[in-house]
Design a protein around this ligand. Structure first.
Ligand code: FE2
Ligand code: FE2
Length: 289
């Protein structure tokens, strides 16, 4: 019988994520004293598999959000809060196609046409999402263009900067980790979350175009599945970088947690790893921050 694939990535100095193809995930603290006998002390070099790669990616998101529960107060959603969230959504989507195309060009220069093709496809799929946000704002009677030109919600700028920087790197593989983090969290949003927003909007107003397309009802679910498959096919070094940037992006997103669109998604985060068996050392659970 073929051996199950095990993958691991050190994401912070003292925590590595270990994931098996069967779906189990551990958070492992490398021990200095046992370095010679710790098989996870050196970076992985083997092939990836979908079951273990998704464990690493989702483990990285859970780890990034690990500190959040303690400081969250959850006021009821408001229409103003939602408008702020849609402005944030506009800013995180307006430059996405251009950034992804830039990274794709770099991978073509590097002789990696398969990565370039993946990024170009993503760029095509993300085109026009900023316009969904503008339409939502207009539907709510807000001067959309003026608002987005003059207002950047708190917590959004560092996210945009993170993606800009990743796409401009000499070896921009990390941008896939950022995209995974945002899309995976968006895909956690349920129909009930959309209903809650509808209830805030004036009667007959459809202002959930962006939200619907960035929820479990929209294209994000397929984007996430395709990304997992693609990342699993990459070399060990590339997978390590992608998982590390997924973690870094989750940390930045967790900082901006008060941002309305993230709330419902972050509430669903515990479910990310809940399908995994939960026995053993920190297995499938969020470690305390
Ligand atoms: Fe999008
Ligand atoms: Fe997407």
């Amino acid at each position: 019988m073929a051996r199950l694939v095990t993958e691991w990535v050190n994401v912070t100095g003292d925590i590595s994520i270990i994931a098996r193809e069967s779906g189990e995930v551990w958070f492992h603290t490398p021990s200095d004293t046992k370095k010679d006998v710790d098989p996870f002390a050196t970076p992985m070099t083997g092939v990836g598999a979908k079951g273990s790669t998704v464990g690493l990616l989702d483990g990285a998101i859970n780890l990034g959000f690990a500190g959040i529960e303690k400081r969250v107060a959850r006021p009821d959603p408001t229409l103003v809060g939602y408008i702020v969230a849609v402005v944030g959504a506009y800013h995180t989507s307006v430059d996405t196609p251009r950034n992804l195309q830039r990274a794709a060009r770099r991978f073509n220069e590097l002789g990696r046409p398969e990565v370039a093709a993946y990024l170009e496809e993503r760029a095509r799929e993300e085109t026009g999402h900023d316009r969904l946000a503008l339409k939502d704002l207009r539907a709510l009677g807000v001067p959309a263009e003026r608002l987005v030109a003059n207002f950047m919600p708190e917590g959004i700028e560092p996210l945009c900067k993170c993606f800009d920087d990743l796409c401009a790197q000499d070896y921009p593989i990390g941008c896939i980790g950022y995209s995974y983090c945002l899309e995976r969290i968006a895909a956690l949003k349920q129909e009930t979350d959309i209903e809650k927003v509808r209830a805030l909007c004036p009667d007959g107003v459809d202002a959930t175009r962006f939200l619907r397309s960035h929820s479990c009802l929209g294209s994000e679910v397929t984007h996430v599945e395709e990304t997992i498959e693609f990342v699993a096919s990459l070399s060990a070094n590339d997978r390590i970088r992608v998982v590390q940037e997924t973690y870094e992006s989750a940390l930045i997103m967790a900082e901006g947690y008060h941002h309305e669109l993230l709330k419902s998604a972050a509430e669903a985060l515990p479910h990310l790893l809940s399908s995994y068996p939960s026995h053993g050392e920190n297995r499938g659970a969020r470690p305390a921050a």
